[in-house]
Design a protein around this ligand. Structure first.
Ligand code: KG4
Ligand code: ZN
Length: 347
């Protein structure tokens, strides 16, 4: 019964976004995010110390704004979920310290949860309960992960990136093309005006010999190097850079690999639903290719609106709600942040 489910406060501070949300069951009541991205942009990357300090400044105002938006008070909160990892250790520590203080003072259980699984579970707030078994792909600035999410067996990782994450590769190519940081959305916009067939960039770990061990792993560093070499060759010849065609061909190569491997995983794992989350799932070529090839393969694609793809508190509150529903034990109050937290066999 939806109404009987507890009110969960979700707190996300793993990178540069302070996210606070309130969820009851699978209903999102409020989701407020403060970002320190503007402070990092001039450095061309996230500065961990700046991110940690920004979380300290934003924590209470973001919490207050979320409570107000949901029209509840702290006394109404029945459980707290917080990102325990992976992420930046200083940033994670701020959220965890705040969550512990709240849990202790309110006398409610605390659940330290996994950021990447949160990117998957937020989909339930938008598209409803998952079928019994789905394949999920989380693609962001820090991760590219393929997993199976089974209602009985929990989460099992199928593959991950061996080097750059998809979003990270986009940010690096953005820099090569002279675009502002973070490059991902800028490369995406530029790609829309280019020809995706102009350059045939490598598709990492898709050759038959690689697929024996790395069927579901990704590698984008070779692709990024290929773009760097191409840019260099145009510069050496003093020719104008066909930036839009490079952006389009590069984006197509990334989307092609992600979609191919994700749909192969669906076939092999007997799943007819693919859930896609993480900041990079905002990418328009990826979304288009997922819809097109998903339909051909008879796999239904679950995507969320872009505001739920990037880091937010709703994903953590949604995962908190799930672990409560499953009757999981709360975390002890001395739980620590873990910058490289692995996905447990069952979570
Ligand atoms: O999930 P997220 O907000 O943070 C991490 O946990 O990493 O993902 C941010 C990443 C950045 O690398 C950003 O450039 C990329 O997602 N990104 C995009 C687009 N929107 C965000 N990359 C390509 N196309 C987009 N439209
Ligand atoms: Zn993320």
């Amino acid at each position: 019964m939806q109404a009987a489910e507890p009110l969960v406060l979700g707190i996300e501070t793993s990178c540069d976004e302070t996210g606070v949300a309130l969820v009851r069951g699978r209903t999102l009541l409020a989701d407020v995010t403060a970002s320190s991205m503007d402070e990092h942009a001039r450095y061309g990357g996230i500065i961990p110390e700046i991110a940690s300090r920004a979380h300290v400044d934003s924590f209470v105002p973001t919490l207050d704004a979320a409570l107000e938006a949901a029209q509840v008070t702290l006394d109404d909160v029945e459980a707290i979920a917080v990102t325990r990892g992976p992420g930046l250790i200083g940033s994670l520590s701020v959220g965890l310290a705040g969550a512990k203080a709240l849990a202790l003072s309110l006398g409610v259980p605390l659940y330290g949860v996994h950021h990447i699984v949160g990117h998957v579970m937020v989909d339930e707030l938008v598209n409803g309960p998952f079928p019994e078994r789905v394949v999920a792909m989380v693609v962001s600035g820090g991760h590219s992960s393929l997993m199976v999410v089974d209602q009985h067996d929990g989460v099992r990782i199928l593959g991950e990136t061996l080097d750059d994450a998809a979003g990270e590769a986009f940010d690096k190519v953005g820099r090569l093309l002279g675009l502002p940081y973070p490059g991902g959305p800028h490369v995406d916009k530029l790609a829309a005006t280019g020809n995706r067939e102009a350059f045939n960039f490598p598709r990492g770990l898709t050759a038959a010999k690689d697929c024996v061990r790395h069927a579901y792993n990704f590698s984008f560093s070779g692709l990024k190097t290929a773009v760097a070499r191409l840019v260099e060759s145009f510069e050496q010849r003093g020719e104008e850079l066909p930036a839009a065609d490079i952006a389009a061909s590069f984006s197509y190569a990334v989307a092609d690999v992600l979609v191919t491997k994700a749909l192969n995983a669906c076939r092999e794992e007997g799943a007819t639903t693919l859930v896609v989350g993480g900041g990079f799932s905002a990418n328009s070529q990826l979304r288009e290719l997922l819809r097109e090839r998903g339909q051909q393969a008879g796999v239904s694609i679950r995507l969320s609106p872009i505001r739920y793809c990037t880091d937010n508190g709703a994903m953590i509150a949604a995962l908190g709600s799930t672990v409560l529903r499953q009757g999981s034990e709360p975390s002890p109050l001395d739980i620590g942040a873990d910058s490289a937290l692995e996905i447990p066999a069952a979570s």
